[in-house]
Design a protein around this ligand. Structure first.
Ligand code: NOJ
Ligand code: NOJ
Length: 463
């Protein structure tokens, strides 16, 4: 008896130690990822407020400010500002966000190949890039305005209305402030054919629509606050139209949300339309009204479909010596980080996004209190390690509390997978890790890889 209880106790301590180790690793990586991310912002050879996609200058050359990467990274930095209790850090980030505001305005009016607001990337000093590229990319203005509207709201609270009106939002048309220009662009162009997040396919994209809708809804609230009533009304009308358009992206025959419809140009080999960009859309486009929330059965079906696809596709995912599954962009991907003559690989930012999805799914279900099992969400639930007391069957309603820890563990597996492939000494992360060997490849120190770690970390904290 005594021997047995010592043994059981030993096992328990062991498990707790493993859990503790993982928490410690998360916290350690949080500090490192924040530092590596900040090192790529406002570099000495770039304009203040610029974000380099990666310090890599060749093979590949990522030494540019991409509007999308810049907005997402600044958004993570902004969250860091809200969360930190370090006053100096708060202050530094706040002034970086002001620099980002000035630089963004410069980019909106700088000379470029096409309309400046649809340009995907700029040199670090804010001047236009004139080489051939997939353009326009219309997610940029939506993402940038989401980041800056949050900033404007904070400044309004702090009575810095003068800065807001001079640089961020003023009702005047033609617009001379950043947010107003972006919102006008989004409101008038969300239905245009544009290149996707991966810069390869021109068409209508689920991701672009979801983030456009969020920008328009947040923008309408800001416009109301600043007495731009007719604009607020117009932005809300457009947001409603986007919502109605979004339903088309659920393919009822294939039972998942597809990334793109109506391809008009670009890569033509993406038959499955299974794409982790749909999950990115859920994470970046989520609104309080719950449209396509993480626990929407269509979203749950899509997430599980993506996981299964990459589990089968990548050799490293089939070997059992590491936990979790590396997630790539889409199965037909040919971009190896330098060119498109081989095959794609798992990406850190997509693998982190899947972790974040499970954490946010847990929070979403907790807020609702329960979840009904349906044919569409069944496969995802079936793949969880649920307590033995919980039996799964379609039509049954599950209590949120029965799901929480299993969802967290599933999310943790993706974080662990990313840990397996990063630089073990330093915590550095590139863009991809090789699907056969697991070694990192593609642009080193990809800024977005770090930002995606941070947002997943916070989503785990908040669940
Ligand atoms: C570079 C882009 O950034 C990447 O997303 C794309 O896959 C390749 N070019 C190939 O078009
Ligand atoms: C390639 C990715 O596909 C694209 O989304 C990203 O903006 C650029 N690299 C820069 O990181």
């Amino acid at each position: 008896m005594k021997v047995l209880s010592i043994f059981v106790f030993g096992l328990l301590v062991c498990q707790l130690a493993v859990a503790d180790d993982f928490e410690n690793q998360l916290n350690l990586q949080f500090g490192r990822a924040s530092a590596f991310m900040k090192a790529n912002v406002s570099r000495p050879d770039g304009a203040p407020g610029s974000v380099v996609a990666s310090p890599s200058r060749r093979d590949p050359d990522y030494y540019y400010h991409w509007v999308r990467d810049g907005a997402l990274v600044m958004d993570a930095l902004e969250t860091l500002m809200f969360k930190t209790s370090n006053y100096d850090e708060k202050y530094r980030i706040r002034s970086t966000l002001k620099d980002f505001t000035y630089l963004s305005r410069k980019m909106q009016v700088t000379e470029t190949v096409g309309p400046a607001l649809g340009e995907p990337k700029f040199y670090l000093d804010g001047s236009g890039f004139f080489g051939p590229w997939g353009r326009p990319q219309n997610d940029g203005p939506a993402l940038r305005s989401i980041t800056l509207i949050r900033f404007a709201q904070m400044l309004i609270q702090e009575n810095e209305i003068d800065f807001v009106k001079a640089h961020l939002y003023e009702a005047t048309i033609p617009a001379y402030t950043v947010i107003k220009s972006d919102l006008e662009y989004v409101a008038h162009h969300w239905q245009d054919s544009s290149f996707d997040v991966w810069e390869e396919i021109k068409g209508d994209h689920f991701y672009n629509r979801l983030v456009s809708r969020r920008a328009l809804m947040m923008g309408a609230d800001l416009a109301d606050q600043l007495n731009d009533r007719s604009a607020a009304k117009f932005y809300r009308e457009q947001a409603d139209r986007v919502r109605n358009d979004l339903y088309r992206f659920f393919d009822a025959n294939r039972s998942y949300l597809v990334a793109t419809l109506n391809r008009t140009d670009g890569a033509d080999y993406k038959d499955s339309q299974i794409d982790s960009v749909v999950i990115l859309g859920i994470l970046h486009g989520m609104q309080a009204d719950g449209l396509f929330s993480p626990s929407d059965e269509r979203v749950m079906a899509t997430a599980e479909q993506i996981i299964r696809t990459f589990r089968e596709l990548y050799t490293i995912n089939k070997r059992s010596n590491a936990p979790g599954i590396g997630i790539g962009r889409y199965p037909e991907d040919r971009y190896d980080g330098m060119g498109i003559s081989t095959v794609g690989n798992p990406w850190f930012l997509a693998t982190h996004a899947m972790a974040e999805y499970f954490y946010r799914l847990a929070s979403d279900i907790r807020n609702k209190g329960k979840l009904r099992v349906t044919p569409l969400n069944f496969p995802l639930l079936k793949a969880l390690k649920l307590p033995s007391s919980v039996s799964l069957s379609i039509g049954k309603t599950l209590k949120a509390s029965d799901l929480t820890s299993a969802l967290r563990s599933r999310g943790d597996e993706f974080m662990m997978r990313a840990f397996t492939h990063m630089n073990q000494e330093t915590g550095q992360m590139s863009e991809q890790f090789n699907r056969y060997s697991g070694y990192m490849q593609g642009a080193h120190d990809l800024t977005w890889s770090y930002a995606s770690f941070l947002t997943s970390y916070w989503a785990r904290q908040e669940m």
